[in-house]
Write a protein of this length. Structure first.
Length: 214
């Protein structure tokens, strides 16, 4: 008797790995930061797809290193391919653990929320480190950006090395969670990333993927 089934086949009936699903995450575009003021993914530009082809898009930020302390990785959307100022409402919370004094914390971060704001949404916050060994990683999901009926929801989870007010000392690990929506029924045609407050995207990669329906 087969105890496990995969797509209505028992495991014993699957004769090769080729019968298993290959996955629904489709690579679209990779941008590499090199002292970059911004990194932008615009539909129809340089091979970028950001339309009804996929119902969900995923941006993976890998080892993003800021050029300056107290810089905040952030993003915004555009409906015209040029102006990144879409109205949004969002909420954020975090957990962190201090490297030096073993102090943990869990909290809500209202200062990084938007309530019908048009500014960039910070996804790495609270004094990001610019130390040479510091990098920040995140995954941002954008749902149904081409809809002209519904608002466009997003969710982001971040892992980063944050610091004291000087941007270098008192390091701690932070797990930041952000969710919200672009409050527009116009299609979102592009997403731009930048360092809010100070500096640039010194190094790192951002990868864009689409998720298939099936």
């Amino acid at each position: 008797m087969a105890l496990v089934k995969y797509n209505d086949n028992s495991i014993s009936a699957i004769s090769s790995a080729g019968q298993l699903a290959t996955g629904s995450l489709v690579p679209i575009k990779t941008l590499t930061a090199s002292s970059s003021a911004t990194l932008s993914f615009v539909h129809g530009t340089d091979g970028v797809v950001l339309d009804s082809t996929y119902p969900i898009y995923v941006f993976k930020l890998i080892s993003i290193h800021p050029s300056a302390a107290n810089a905040y990785v952030s993003f915004n959307g555009t409906t015209d391919g040029t102006n990144y100022n879409v109205t949004k409402t969002s909420t954020t919370f975090y957990a962190y653990h201090n490297e030096l004094d073993d102090t943990p914390s869990l909290g809500y971060s209202g200062g990084y929320d938007h309530a019908q704001g048009t500014g960039f949404q910070r996804i790495l916050f609270d004094n990001n480190s610019s130390d040479d060994d510091a990098g920040h990683c995140a995954e941002l999901m954008l749902f149904n950006p081409s809809s002209t009926t519904f608002v466009k929801h997003f969710m982001c989870r971040t892992a980063g090395i944050n610091t004291g007010a000087d941007g270098t000392s008192n390091p701690y690990a932070i797990d930041a969670n952000i969710a919200g929506y672009f409050n527009t029924t116009s299609a979102i045609t592009g997403i731009q990333f930048k360092m809010d407050n100070a500096g640039s995207l010194a190094s790192g990669k951002i990868k864009l993927y689409g998720i298939k329906d099936s």
